[in-house]
Structures are given as C-alpha cells and as structure tokens.
Design a binder for this molecule. Sequence first.
Ligand SMILES: Nc1nc2c(ncn2[C@@H]2O[C@H](COP(=O)(O)OP(=O)(O)O)[C@@H](O)[C@H]2O)c(=O)[nH]1
Ligand SMILES: [Mg+2]
Length: 306
Amino acid sequence: MNPFSRLFRGLQRTRQGLRRGLGRLAGGSPGAGDFEVLEESLLAADVGPRLTEEILCALREEGGKGDLLERLRSEIHRRLEVAEPAKMVEPTGPEVILLVGVNGSGKTTTAGKLARRFSEGGRKVILAAADTFRAAAIEQAEAWAERAGCQVVRQATGSDPAAVVHDALEAARARGADVVLVDTAGRLHTRQPLMEELTKIHRVAGRAIEGAPHQVLLVLDASTGQNGLHQARGFLRAAGVTGVILTKLDGTARGGVVLPIIAELQVPIRYVGVGESVEDLLPFDARLFVSGLLEEDASSPAGAAL
Ligand SMILES: Nc1nc2c(ncn2[C@@H]2O[C@H](COP(=O)(O)OP(=O)(O)O)[C@@H](O)[C@H]2O)c(=O)[nH]1
Ligand SMILES: [Mg+2]
C-alpha cells in the first residue's frame, strides 16, 4: 500500500462525514441551504466554530463562481500548508527527540514507528525507555525496538527517567548512534512534579549532548478533538514543544481538528498516525492531507503522483 492509500484509509471516517455534507454542493451555484450543510459537516469534523466561520465567509465572498469543492480544497490547503515542517539540518552529534503527551496518546507506539522509519532510512537509532512508571511500558518499548531493529536503553521500573536518558545519550555517543528517541511517561500539563521531571530530562540531555533535545514532539490523540487542543496549549508553554504528531486519525471522524491545532499552536505537524501497524505513520504533507479529506477515491491525482 502506498503512503497516500494509507492516509486515505486513515482519514476515511472524517472524509465520509465531510463528503456527506458536500454531496449537494457538487456543480451548480450554491444556495444558502448548501452553505448550512457545509457548516454542519465542518463542525462535525471538529474544524471548530471560528475556522468554520472563516472558511464559510471566504467561500461566500467569492460568490457562486467555480466549483465549491475546489474552493473548499484551496481554503483548507492554505491553512494546512503553514504547518509543513521546514527541512531541518541534522545535528552533528546524535539527534535527540523527546516524545511527550498525556497517557494513551500513542507515544510509545509512535516512538516504535519512528524507530523503524529512521532505521530503514539508514540511521542508527537508540530507543530510550524513559517511561519508568510501569513495567509494561518498558516491555512495550523493548518489543517495538525489536520490531524496528534498533537498540533500547532501559533501567528498572521506578528508576529516574532522567538517568535513563543520560544512559541512552552516553550509549548513543559510544556506539555512534544517529538518533535517540526518548519515550516518556504520560502526564497532564497541570501536574507540576511531572512537568518538572521533563525539565530535568531537558537539563540532563543538554549537558550530555549540545543542543539536546533537538526536537520535543507533542503526541496528540486526534479523537480527543478540541479537548486535546486545550492540553496542547499547556504543553506548548511548559515543555518547549517544537512540533506535533497527530495520532489515531483512523479511529475518528474528527480529523478536521488538524485545522484548529495548526491555527492555534503554530508549530509544525511532523507526522500523522493512521493505524496501529509500524507502517502507519506518515510525514505530514498538506497537499496529500487535503486530498485525503476531500477526494472521492485514492486514485486521485495526488495519490497517483506517488
Ligand atoms: N488506531 C490507532 N491506534 C493507535 C495509533 N497510535 C497509537 N495507537 C494505539 O493507542 C494505544 C495507546 O498507545 P501507546 O503508544 O501505548 O500510548 P502512550 O501511553 O502515549 O505511550 C495503543 O493501543 C496503540 O496501539 C494510531 O495512529 N491509530
Ligand atoms: Mg507509553
């Protein structure tokens, strides 16, 4: 399955909702009732009231000219495009990437998927099992490391996560690793001691490797919709988030939440998760994403271009 087909399948529920609402708009000049239908379907996809209003305004202003679906596509694309990550220069030492977020958002799974992706790309990966709260979390990280064919650095359950990170970075340097993925324990941005633990991880990482952590990626469960956005704001302030990974798009009809996330957080969306298998993590691409949201079938021009 090519990446677009994966994305297309992952966005199925959101797309079905949007296209149901759009059914009446194909061709012809839209009437007031058509805009109402469109409004409902955007809200149902969790695009949020403010952006829904903005998009409708833009479409109404242009009058009835042109295919409404095409215009909707370009309105959405314009808003997604700004979240495409700029190409980053890989740091000279090992690159340290921290995954943060609430419990169950998909951090460990995403760390595993990333480990596999980077390994396949020829980078030597170390997975740091810094969720030391639960024995199950360490075992889960080990299982993913095995699937991804990378090394894992761990300590006993209950040990200091910052110490695990320290060990992992020492190991990375000694073994000439290119990237260290740090899987952290779930936390709420309102829980002070846990947020301080992240600060300590930052400090320890920065002492071991210059500029580390190079990326702090907030893993957000798309199915939590607008609630997730509230959490995200807290993390942004407290954890120095540099990018977002939006997971579980496949399990929700609320994939439109990507729009308010982009508008409010103003950090790049690095990857999207569209399933539980190791292949189900895709780099964010605005053009493909909007096609996945609105296209009738996966053999669209966007899909065919791959
Ligand atoms: N359907 C789907 N499930 C996912 C995705 N990402 C993670 N999960 C599932 O979400 C659950 C929690 O994931 P986990 O990585 O343990 O979350 P963590 O607590 O943040 O580490 C697991 O059952 C994963 O398989 C995704 O993109 N799609
Ligand atoms: Mg975990």
